[in-house]
Design a binder for this molecule. Structure first.
Ligand SMILES: NC(=O)C1=CN([C@@H]2O[C@H](COP(=O)(O)OP(=O)(O)OC[C@H]3O[C@@H](n4cnc5c(N)ncnc54)[C@H](O)[C@@H]3O)[C@@H](O)[C@H]2O)C=CC1
Ligand SMILES: O=C(O)C(=O)COP(=O)(O)O
Length: 388
């Protein structure tokens, strides 16, 4: 039986996959085989030696110490596309809120005390202060056209916007999802100077941290409206506050509140709601559950963000899975252990990703603890599992 510790509120639909007697889910397990998380920050988290994998029900893995996980042989999974539609639907609201002052208008409605006449007549006098431009016919710049950005770019076309996109790392698969009416721009500055609206859909990493800063904002049109449903740190906070105060940026709509942003004029904040729909939560929980189930029971890796993907149909009496450094001679050393014990390899796969590699062997015998120990002792082996 595998023990899974949940660190966040995970949709119960994961229990369709992670059920007894193979799995026990709890939010207090001390020595779990797997952690099931959403946006919990795991930097500094005390990983127990039994921990084999982490399932991130969601996309962003900036909250997970990937290098530490890799060096400890902990496989980290995420759920590409699982919540993209949820973010897209919220983007449509964000676009509206970036245009008209819906938020202040609603605040006025709910706080009006009737002192200046009935609300029905008073509102007609004051509503002009909440007016704003229409977004149809305007230029939207999309930075990052992966699972979320592609949906956002396509729906913006349906809303009659002109859409420009910048994504220097776009995969071929992802490119297929973007309408041919979206104009690909190869220079960030070229995109920034043309946009009336800008929306961010990149992961947070060392390259994208502070991507929107004094310099990039200076290239933009005066009165640009910026939407950030990616990560707060993609936008330099000092720079955006300066730009809002000067009027260079007309409005900033973001899913990542901070104390300072809450108190800055023309900022509209939602409480990290992009992936919070019934469907997105369920999709992500099921995807992550399937990924962890296939890894824990079969050693297969799909949608990992730190290990190579390896999928091999089970074949043979047992399976040996070895996470090791990607250095010459590893396979020979591992296979020498098998052949010395007269164990035949029925099928195998070996894949690498940067400095790490993963090898899976289906063999014709039950695997003893001694053999697993011998393989563990080989130099540059990080973790060994035997699945009988
Ligand atoms: N607010 C929320 O609740 C949610 C936020 N997110 C955030 O949105 C991000 C994107 O999500 P997905 O589209 O699902 O991820 P994805 O991995 O499908 O797409 C990310 C895209 O960004 C591109 N990219 C990477 N670095 C770039 C750079 N420097 N400049 C331009 N493009 C770059 C990649 O090539 C890729 O196409 C996530 O990493 C996460 O941080 C995602 C889902 C929900
Ligand atoms: O998937 C992501 O990156 C998100 O930001 C959504 O995260 P959450 O499901 O709210 O923890």
């Amino acid at each position: 039986m595998y023990r899974i510790r949940t660190l966040n509120n995970i949709s119960p639909s994961c229990r369709e996959i992670l059920s007894a007697p193979d799995y026990e889910l709890s939010d207090s397990e001390k020595n779990p085989d797997a952690l099931f998380v959403r946006a919990s920050d795991l930097h500094g988290y005390p990983f127990n030696p039994e921990l084999k994998c982490i399932g991130r029900a969601g996309i962003g893995v900036n909250t997970i110490p990937l290098e530490e996980c890799t060096s400890k042989g902990i496989v980290v999974f995420n759920t590409p596309g699982g919540n993209a539609n949820g973010v897209k639907e919220l983007f449509v609201f964000a676009l509206g809120m970036a245009s008209r002052d819906i938020f202040d208008g609603m605040k006025w409605v709910y706080s009006y005390d009737g002192s200046e006449g009935p609300i029905e007549t008073r509102m007609e006098k004051i509503k002009k202060q909440f007016a704003g431009p229409e977004y149809a016919g305007k230029v939207l710049g999309v930075i990052g056209t992966g699972n979320v950005g592609s949906l956002v770019a396509n729906i913006a076309l349906d809303l009659n916007m002109e859409v420009l996109a910048y994504d220097p790392y776009l995969s071929v698969d992802a490119a297929w999802k973007v309408s041919r009416h979206v104009q690909r721009i190869s220079s960030l500055d070229e995109l920034l100077k043309q946009c009336d609206y800008l929306t961010l859909h990149v992961p947070l990493n060392e390259e994208t941290r502070g991507l929107i800063n004094d310099k990039t904002i200076s290239v933009m049109k005066n009165g640009v409206r910026i939407i950030n449903y990616a990560r707060g740190e993609v936008v330099d906070e000092d720079a955006i506050i300066r730009a809002l105060e000067s009027g260079k940026v007309a409005r900033y709509v973001a899913d990542f509140p901070t104390e300072r942003l809450v108190h800055t004029k023309n900022v509209i904040l939602t409480p990290h709601l992009g992936g919070t729909t019934i469907e997105a939560e369920s999709n992500c929980a099921k995807m992550a559950a399937k990924e962890m189930d296939d890894y824990l029971r079969n050693g297969n890796i799909r949608n990992s963000v730190n290990m190579p993907n390896v999928y091999l149909e089970r074949n043979g009496e047992s399976r040996v899975c070895v996470i090791h450094k990607n250095v010459p001679g590893m396979l020979t050393k591992i296979m020498t252990v098998f052949s010395r014990d007269q164990i035949n390899i029925e099928n195998m796969s070996n894949k690498s990703r940067g400095e790490i590699a993963y090898s899976v062997f289906d063999v014709n015998a039950k695997i003893s603890k001694e053999i697993l120990h011998e393989i563990t002792e080989i130099d540059n082996v990080i973790r060994v599992r035997g699945l009988n």
